[in-house]
Design a protein around this ligand. Structure first.
Ligand code: FMN
Length: 220
């Protein structure tokens, strides 16, 4: 599976098989997380065998089952664009995990934040988590807003690379599937801006990562 297939095949998965992640996949995830942390200044952590974080009322309400492993997105409170960076690097990890045959779900609300065992100091913030494991299913396709609601440029005027980026952005996960972002082309450069909503800056980072991965063009 290449990254474009991962973008298309990835859906939120909330129910997992009761199986530990294979050691070689743990090693690959740890290496990737180390790389992301060095590049970004974040303190992303892979937390294994910690089911309590998903044993709250909220988690069962959110239909989570057998979540034993998750990725905690932690970073300095003082960091400019902390939420957006978590979105960007978290999605990089999500797509790599998909290519490895693992399933994921971004989780900003329906988990027990107080029980999360990720390390963090008083100067750091836990932004959100991503559940990870072998899904009981591969998840399902969901509705997306039409391209015309997300992008000012008519499809017929889009350069091919830009269209690929927009299609990948439409497949990006967003909180409550709100898809509150706009994509434009300014002097040949793709620009993505966040609209109104919840966890909107995390979404922005996720959407930018998908756009860049599919188009090969860096976004502003
Ligand atoms: C920042 C963020 C926070 C989310 N928080 C939750 C959550 O608390 N509980 C939940 O069940 N799903 C959560 N989701 C998953 C979204 O509902 C899901 O990604 C969206 O409906 C699109 O579906 P898809 O991921 O299958 O494309 C979150 C997604 C994002 C991006």
């Amino acid at each position: 599976m290449d990254i474009n297939e991962a973008i298309v095949n990835r859906h939120s998965v909330r129910q997992y098989k009761d199986e530990p992640i294979a050691p070689e996949q743990i090693a690959a995830l740890e290496a990737l997380i180390r790389e992301c942390n060095e590049e970004s200044g974040l303190r992303i952590q892979l937390i294994q065998d910690d089911p309590d974080c998903f044993k709250s009322f909220l988690a069962s309400y959110g239909k989570f089952k057998n979540v034993r492993n998750y990725i905690a997105l932690v970073g300095p409170k003082s960091m400019e664009d902390l939420d957006e960076k978590c979105g960007y690097y978290g999605q990089k990890i999500v797509l790599e995990a998909q290519m490895m045959g693992l399933n994921t779900c971004w989780v900003g609300g329906t988990y027990a934040k107080g029980k999360c065992s990720a390390e963090r100091t008083a100067e750091e913030r836990l932004v959100c988590v991503i559940s990870i494991g072998y899904g009981q299913t591969q998840g399902t396709e969901r509705k997306t807003k039409p391209m015309s609601k997300l992008c000012d440029l008519p499809e017929s005027e889009m350069p091919e690379w830009f269209k690929e980026g927009v299609k990948a952005a439409m497949l990006a996960p967003t909180a409550i599937n709100q898809q509150s972002f706009r994509i434009s082309l300014e002097d040949g450069e793709p620009v993505i801006t966040a609209g109104r909503g919840v966890m909107i800056k995390i979404d922005l980072g996720i959407v930018k990562y998908n756009f860049e991965a599919a188009s090969g063009h860096k976004c502003r």
